[in-house]
Design a protein around this ligand. Structure first.
Ligand SMILES: Cc1ncc(COP(=O)(O)O)c(C=O)c1O
Length: 388
């Protein structure tokens, strides 16, 4: 028998983290229950402290940033990103979050090679399949296997079939694994020979930490490579939305043709330069990662959980007793006020893992304490000695 609340199809589960409502309802809990949200992968240090004042200033008076159209070319924002990435402004397309960048890449592909199928390296973020399907592209998931989810470029490309678009997430959501740059380079050589475009979503690139192995220098030699970025994760702006796409300038121009005018709001666009200039925020983020990521990983392992080594701000974990024991942790944690991310909607994981967001020190302590409690409760009763 499945544990409580699990007799549903994967379609019934919320598709993204940060959506407590349906889960609270499913497990019969109050909708306004206070929760620690370890289900959405955002930087606990953000948004930067200056943001509230910055926004307030731009909302004042007749010259308010909301009372005029943004520059449709977003020149200032693109120049700031180009300087930050070491590319030309023509290689940058500003987008309404990384999510729009995914849909624009799919739209570009659908216009240029209509009907050609796409391949997605899984298990991964659901928006790649949604973006492709919205543009009439069929998709096939090429699943990497646990526990290390290692990518072998030769094997992957041999399995591409007729695919003319390959989508890869690096570091990957939800595994946290990072395909080494050398493997991406090999993938680019092999896919060039097949005429297959490669889209690498680097929404979590700012959380990699040391040895980041940037892919940006590869753009110069590989016109079939597109890099997608999100600024909403690292600066904690999911409600404002900011992202961008990097590619060679011709590809960027063609991708831009699929984007509605003024897709990025003027406030978000004006924010790009000050965000990227805030080196103090980046340094604090790096210090938090260096301290908390190994500490949470060690804490989770000490509780007996299997933890996939992560280069992102989240961990994929499972209970050593298997899928049902792992699944049962979610409602047990929710009852203790901790929301974690299910994996029911990730093909290949099928609920047998949980994704836990890395929080600040206090949040990580609370997560570990709640997990310690529910794991202790699940331990089998020790056999009682005979009573004389
Ligand atoms: C891998 C990946 N790419 C892109 C996005 C979308 O990010 P944004 O909020 O910038 O649209 C997400 C959000 O969860 C994600 O996990």
């Amino acid at each position: 028998m499945s544990p409580e609340g699990f007799g549903m199809t994967s379609d019934d589960w919320p598709l993204h983290g940060g959506q407590p409502g349906p889960l609270l309802a499913r497990f019969g809990l109050a909708e306004d229950m206070p929760l620690l949200d370890a289900s959405a992968n955002l930087n606990p240090l953000g948004p930067p402290a200056w943001l509230a004042g910055w926004l307030a200033q731009r909302l004042q008076g007749g010259a308010s940033a909301v009372a005029r159209y943004p520059d449709p070319d977003y020149r200032e924002a693109r120049e700031a990103i180009a300087a930050h990435e070491g590319v030309a402004p023509e290689q940058v397309l500003l987008t309404n979050g990384g999510a729009e960048a995914i849909f624009l890449a799919a739209s570009l592909q659908a216009r240029e090679q209509p009907g050609a199928p796409a391949a997605i390296v899984g298990p991964t973020f659901a928006e790649y399949a949604r973006g492709c399907s919205a543009h009439g592209l069929s998709t096939r998931t090429l699943s990497l296997a646990p526990p290390d989810f290692r990518l072998d470029p030769e094997a992957l490309v041999a399995d591409l079939g007729a695919a003319r678009l390959l989508l890869l997430c690096r570091p990957n959501n939800p595994t946290g694994t990072l395909v080494p740059r050398a493997a991406v380079e090999r993938l680019l050589e092999l896919t060039a020979a097949k005429g297959c475009r490669v889209v690498v979503d680097e929404a979590f690139v700012d959380f990699i930490g040391d040895a980041r192995e940037a892919l940006t220098p590869l753009l110069a030699a590989h016109s079939h490579l597109l890099l997608l970025r999100s600024l909403t994760k690292v600066y904690t702006l999911p409600g404002l939305r900011l992202g961008y796409l990097l590619a060679d300038s011709e590809t960027v121009q063609r991708a831009a043709a699929g984007q509605p005018a003024w897709s990025v709001n003027g406030l978000a666009a004006a924010l790009v330069a000050p965000l990227l200039a805030d080196r103090g925020f980046a340094r604090r983020t790096e210090a938090w990662l260096a301290a908390e990521r190994p500490r949470l990983a060690a804490g989770l392992r000490a509780l007996g959980l299997e933890v996939v080594p992560s280069r992102a701000n989240f961990f994929l974990v499972r209970h050593p007793a298997g899928q049902e024991a792992t699944r049962a942790l979610l409602p047990a944690l929710l009852r203790r006020g901790v929301l974690v991310r299910h994996t029911e909607s990730f093909a290949g994981l099928d609920g047998g893992w949980l994704r836990l967001a890395l929080g600040d020190a206090a949040a990580n302590d609370r997560l570990l304490a709640a997990l310690g409690h529910v794991l202790q409760q699940r331990k089998p009763e020790p056999k009682k000695g005979r009573v004389r």
